[in-house]
Write a protein that binds this ligand. Sequence first.
Ligand SMILES: Nc1ncnc2c1ncn2[C@@H]1O[C@H](COP(=O)(O)OP(=O)(O)OP(=O)(O)O)[C@@H](O)[C@H]1O
Ligand SMILES: [Mg+2]
Length: 239
Amino acid sequence: MTKTEIKKKITKFKLSAIELTKIFPHPSKEEVNIALFAGAYFEMNSKDLNFIVGPSGSGKTTLLKMIMGIEPLSAGELLLNDKAIPLLKGKEKNQFLQTIGYMDQFPARYLSLLLSVEKNLDYSLLLYTSLQREERKKRIKSHASTLGLTKLLNQQTITLSGGEMRRLALACSIIFEPTILICDEPTAQLDGKNKTMILSLLGKIQQEVNSLIIVSTHDQSILQSHPTYEIKDRRIHKW
Ligand SMILES: Nc1ncnc2c1ncn2[C@@H]1O[C@H](COP(=O)(O)OP(=O)(O)OP(=O)(O)O)[C@@H](O)[C@H]1O
Ligand SMILES: [Mg+2]
């Protein structure tokens, strides 16, 4: 059994929400506050591809930010393997953020467009791991192969198509093997073929790595039979 196989066998991640509540104060003091959800319970596991759905403005991105510990909870708890997600400033929070892979809805917001695909992947490894050059090269080769980027490694990122850029963004957010992989609307603005490709890559990643994967979408055509949590009527319902 390889080291990765052993890690996958013994490490499981579980995210639990207990009475989770998010309320934004209304900008005008006379108006009632805006409750996105109140008293929500759910549990997500690293053996699944977990989806969060809900219409625009329902609170999907807000919930993802709460899971990353960058948006305060109004009440309740979010626990990772029964330990509260740190919402502190400073060292503990930075250490926690180092364990999170985040694929933003707009990949160009954080890829270095003028650098090559390979340099973007290497940059992610340099930031999040202490791997030496030869090990980083091996890791890049393996992830490029999984995500269909091998032929694009020397290409300048700005020249990639929308679907290719999404695949690079996904590779950059998973290459350092984070504890939690968060993908905010990873298929937005993609055509059917590219949507299917991203979805099957997420499935493949879920088989190969140990991360807890959480994906937000308002595209119900991509859900299949994965565990799905819907934000509706100020609750988070499991389908
Ligand atoms: N810091 C904030 N202060 C006040 N309101 C906020 C804040 N952040 C988000 N909101 C509001 O909370 C609601 C939910 O926003 P959020 O971005 O989570 O929605 P979403 O479900 O991700 O939508 P979309 O599908 O369009 O991405 C929105 O009405 C938004 O304006
Ligand atoms: Mg959003």
